[in-house]
Design a protein around this ligand. Structure first.
Ligand SMILES: *Cc1c(COP(=O)(O)O)cnc(C)c1O
Length: 221
């Protein structure tokens, strides 16, 4: 199937209020260019250097979404241009993002990543960890980052009920944090959840951003 057909199919399922992030990790720039020509502007990557290299080669109006594990020593590669970092799971990382954002005279939008899946291999905060982070005195001194919502990945399973309950848990976490920490702050509004295999369930549970790779670009080798 072509990228054009795939993109059209995915877009026909996603409602207008949900943003599509085309996950282009591991795929070459010519595939990204093809999607770009079809109007796609938001792309997701999970390796800092790969994203930096692609950003250099591709049009400047692309929105680059960082969705992978981010080591503090690699924040510098993406800080000049990244649109949203979806995978913030510690105060230490946030402090580094803030530092690099300041160097670049920017404010970087970030999502707090939550561990909602059964697999230990997936990363992310739990609710208590997030509350500690948001209450930490050092957090309040970060002026070059903006927390705009939450992100999570469901368990890789064909148990649809389980996926549904994990995504709904992330929605509950969003509602809770919104009330306790972001009341009256319109910046806090995103729930990044849903991939190729589960994005329709994520949308049922309130997703505002889906991150879709395989269903657009085919499988990664
Ligand atoms: C790779 C990846 C995706 C996309 O997964 P597909 O199943 O290919 O759609 C989404 N989110 C994250 C965090 C990823 O690492």
């Amino acid at each position: 199937m072509s990228i054009e057909v795939n993109l059209q199919k995915v877009k026909s399922i996603i409602p207008a209020h949900v943003k599509l992030i085309a996950v282009s990790k591991t795929h070459p720039v010519d595939l990204i260019t093809e999607a770009y020509r079809l109007g796609q502007r938001a792309f997701g990557e999970n390796r800092p250097q790969e994203m930096m290299q692609k950003a250099k080669e591709l049009p400047a109006d692309i929105e680059w979404h960082f969705i992978g594990n981010l080591q503090t020593n690699k924040v510098k590669y993406i800080a000049p241009f990244v649109h949203i970092i979806h995978s913030v799971d510690s105060l230490k990382l946030l402090v580094e993002i803030d530092k690099e954002a300041r160097k670049n005279n920017r404010t970087i939008s970030c999502l707090l990543e939550f561990h909602i899946a059964a697999e230990d291999s997936k990363s992310g905060l739990d609710l208590e960890g997030a509350i500690n982070l948001l209450n930490h005195p050092n957090f309040k001194q970060l002026n070059n980052i903006k927390i705009i919502g939450v992100m999570g990945m469901a368990t890789f399973t064909d148990n649809l009920k389980q996926i549904h309950s994990e995504f709904c848990l992330l929605n509950d976490i969003f509602v809770h944090l919104n009330k306790k920490f972001f009341a009256g702050n319109p910046d806090f509004r995103e729930i990044s959840m849903g991939m190729s295999g589960d994005f329709e369930i994520a949308i049922e549970c309130g997703s505002t951003m889906v991150r879709i790779g395989t269903a657009i670009f085919g499988s990664r080798y």
